[in-house]
Design a protein around this ligand. Structure first.
Ligand code: DX5
Ligand code: ZN
Length: 218
């Protein structure tokens, strides 16, 4: 599978609705929404009202990446606002299994995100419950950073775990995905590709998304 998920973090927020419609028309599969709380990561972004606003302008699934402490307190609000896929960070959840069950009980798809320094073993005892695993290939907090190469080894390790257990869990990668890095990322076994600056910083969203898809499928 190859899902391109543009991260609106790099969009022009003075015309967010138009930006979302433009990437949808250009072939995006999901819309990736980065929620940051200024505690778990050293940056602040947006909450459920931006999810709600995004829902009004697109039919694409909304993929909400929660880079926040105590996510259980806000998960119901994000689902109510229209989140279809929700990821929480393993490092931010004291009771990771509980957070996953909460997301699923509200009818959304559940994912766990792993920071670059977090080992795959963090999801060993929950992977059977997951719809997707998000491998961070930069330290979370900002767009436009360079891809951390050993993330590919982590993807391969997770892919093996999924295959060995006979699961259909998707693998998502987030950070530093661009025209140069996407081919190797796809070869490692990724299904969902988050790209912020590579898409929103380009002249033609259509050309960039088509190029990324072609590299993935070749
Ligand atoms: C980083 C975010 C990413 C970010 C990716 O904390 O989770 O989704 O937008 O940006 P690029 O694609 O520019 O590396
Ligand atoms: Zn993200």
């Amino acid at each position: 599978m190859s899902i391109i998920a543009p991260s609106i973090l790099s969009a022009d927020f003075s015309k967010l609705g138009d930006e979302i419609k433009a990437v949808e028309a250009a072939g995006a599969g999901w819309i990736h929404i980065d929620v940051m709380d200024g505690h778990f990561v050293p940056n602040l972004t947006y909450g459920p009202i931006i999810v709600e606003a995004s829902k009004k302008v697109t039919d694409l699934p909304l993929d909400v990446h929660l880079m926040i402490e105590k996510p259980d307190l806000l998960i119901p609000d994000f689902v109510k606002a229209g989140a279809d896929w929700i990821s929480v960070h393993a490092e931010a959840c004291t009771h990771l299994n509980r957070s996953i069950q909460l997301i699923k009980s509200l009818g959304a798809k559940a994912g766990v995100a792993l920071n670059p320094a977090t080992p795959v073993s963090a999801i060993e005892w929950v992977i059977d419950e997951l719809d997707f695993v998000l491998v961070m290939s930069v330290n979370p907090g900002f767009g436009g950073q360079s891809f951390i190469e050993n993330s590919l080894d982590k993807v391969r390790e997770i892919k093996k775990m999924i295959t060995d257990k006979g699961l259909s869990t998707l693998i998502q990668i987030d950070g530093g995905v661009n025209k140069k890095t996407v081919r190797d990322i796809a070869a490692a076994g990724v299904d969902s590709f988050v790209a912020g600056s590579a898409i929103f910083g380009s002249e033609s969203y259509e050309e960039t998304i088509s190029f990324l898809k072609k590299e993935i499928e070749d």
